[in-house]
Design a protein around this ligand. Structure first.
Ligand code: BG6
Length: 503
């Protein structure tokens, strides 16, 4: 987790990217590493070795990555000389991921770099490949002896971590055959977002809210991750995944853990991850009747006509894949017993908004006359993850005038208004943390498996019963009507808030 970067001296580091010619490297990894270099957060002795199958020379390769940096990096408009200096650290190695010589050649390159520097280097192996390679690469790294040094070798793996519980266990076993758990960094990019990290800061560095953060004061919690985008060019992947695997198993479950976890004793990575794992273990088994699935049909988003999911590229014309999920969950422990947590996520919704809303209970006794409290609303605390970044607290105030009239008002904090600095991209934070051997923001094997265990009844239930009514929501609407039935009386799905923009 990023703290003060200045003053932190990093050891020599070799960053190996498997899938170095792919989209993730171009769009996310190299722009993030470039930004870190501009912030002087990389060691002087630093090398990136991109490994992939295609034949391409170092210069052409660097040229392609420079294009990604210009488009996506925070420092994308930096002078050409800055890129030139960074690019000196970047080389390409053509190789087949399924052949041992690729790994022995890689090992030799790393040793040669260490010789030049006269110092041992950390080796970070980043799997930016299609998931089909996730099992093979760690095994070859093990065979080639490149994983052996526990203190110096680490592996980074992107989601999806498995396709279901069984495959996740199998993948974790493959990783564990070559690497110790402490060497494995499973990325969930949501955890790298500033506003997500801020959930812990907000909850546990202020004495104000924690006393209220329980079943006594909280009526229910909603977690929304709404996207306006469709599946774009990822239909091939998405049609085999669906929203439950793509978003709920990882991002939404991680958000839920941060909201529901007990205070940590220290800022130690395993202490925090233990507290999150406790939440997953306390979640009541989810019955398929507590889940609603949806798939978008054609509709209008931001006044533009868009196609339905089944008409997207690489999507089956009769696809049963869900692009929307809503769930009702309970965390069975002293703090949360019987407080519903409602989760929803979907593509092609009317607005992009990731928000967690804490809905507080009503006052125990309403002492104001009924006519004073006609506009009364529950107090709600909204943690806005994106695109608005901030926190707002809705409560009641007296409307000006001779009569006692209550009206809901808002108190707001926005990142843009309070901090004169732009939030780094999640990948910047996460890559920095891998270099610093800080696993706080990464998923541990047991968390991944616990999340899959919870979702298996829903996955299996849906697999055995086709939906029958897909597509069941039009693009540009808030999902299928059936989601209302998940709510207890008096509860509602909130509309995303508008944080006040600073002037
Ligand atoms: C990814 C999913 O993990 O997260 C995508 O695979 C989704 O389908 C994306 O669009 C959302 O991330 P963000 O950071 O844009 O909210």
């Amino acid at each position: 987790m990023k703290s003060e970067k200045t003053g932190d001296r990093l050891d020599p580091t070799i960053f190996v990217i498997f899938g170095g010619a792919g989209d993730l490297t171009w769009r996310k990894l190299i722009p993030a590493l470039f930004d870190l270099s501009q912030d002087r957060s990389l060691p002087d002795e630093f090398a990136i070795i991109a490994v992939d199958r295609i034949r391409i020379g170092d210069d052409a390769f660097r040229h392609r990555l420079n294009d990604g940096v210009k488009r996506f990096a925070r420092w994308g408009k930096a002078k050409a000389a800055a890129w030139g200096r960074f690019a000196q650290h970047l080389t390409y190695q053509q190789g087949d991921f399924k052949k041992l010589p690729t790994y022995t050649a890689l090992g030799k390159r790393c040793t040669a770099l260490e010789k030049t520097w006269g110092r041992k280097a950390h080796r970070i192996y980043y799997m930016a490949t299609p998931p089909s390679m996730f099992g093979e690469i760690p095994a070859y790294l093990g065979k080639a002896g490149l994983a052996r040094d526990r203190a110096w070798a680490r592996i980074v793996i992107e989601k999806p971590i498995g396709y279901d519980l069984e495959s996740a266990r199998a993948l974790n076993a493959v990783l564990a055959a070559s690497f110790q758990e402490s060497q494995i960094y499973r990325i969930d990019h949501y955890l790298g977002k500033e506003t997500v990290q801020n959930i812990l800061a907000f909850r546990f560095s202020n004495p104000l809210f924690e006393p209220l953060w329980n079943r006594r004061y909280i009526d229910y919690v909603t977690i929304t991750v709404a996207e306006t985008v469709g599946v774009g060019h990822r239909g091939g992947y998405y049609d085999h995944a669906g929203a439950l695997r793509d978003m709920v198993q990882n991002h939404l479950m991680q958000l839920l853990c941060l909201v529901a976890m007990e205070p940590m004793v220290s800022f130690d990575a395993d202490e925090i991850r233990n507290k999150k794992a406790d939440v997953l273990h306390a979640i009541r088994p989810i019955h398929v009747s507590c889940a609603v699935r949806g798939q978008y049909g054609p509709g209008d988003i931001e006044r533009k006509r868009v196609a339905g999911y089944r008409a997207e590229i690489d999507v089956a014309p009769e696809s049963q894949t869900e692009t929307f999920v809503a769930l009702r969950l309970y965390v069975d422990n002293w703090r949360w017993q019987d407080v519903p947590f409602y989760l929803r996520t979907g593509k092609r919704l009317p607005r992009q908004a990731s928000e967690i809303s804490i809905h507080f209970r009503a006052v125990p006794h309403q002492s104001f006359p009924p006519e004073a409290s006609l506009g009364w609303q529950h107090s709600t605390l909204v943690l806005s993850i994106q695109p608005q970044e901030g926190i707002s607290l809705g409560f009641q105030a007296k409307y000006p005038g001779p009569k006692m009239q209550l009206r809901p008002v808002n108190m707001q904090f926005s990142y843009r208004g309070s901090f004169a600095t732009r939030s780094p991209d999640a990948y910047e934070t996460l890559l920095w943390d891998v270099m610093k051997c800080d696993a706080t923001l990464f998923m541990r094997a047991d968390q991944v498996e616990a999340a899959w265990t919870l979702l298996m009844p829903v996955l299996q239930g849906w697999q055995s019963t086709p939906s029958g009514d897909f597509p069941n929501y039009a693009a540009g609407t808030w999902g299928p009507e059936g989601i209302q039935a998940l709510l207890a009386p008096g509860h509602s799905w909130p509309l995303p808030t508008e944080l006040v923009r600073p002037t």
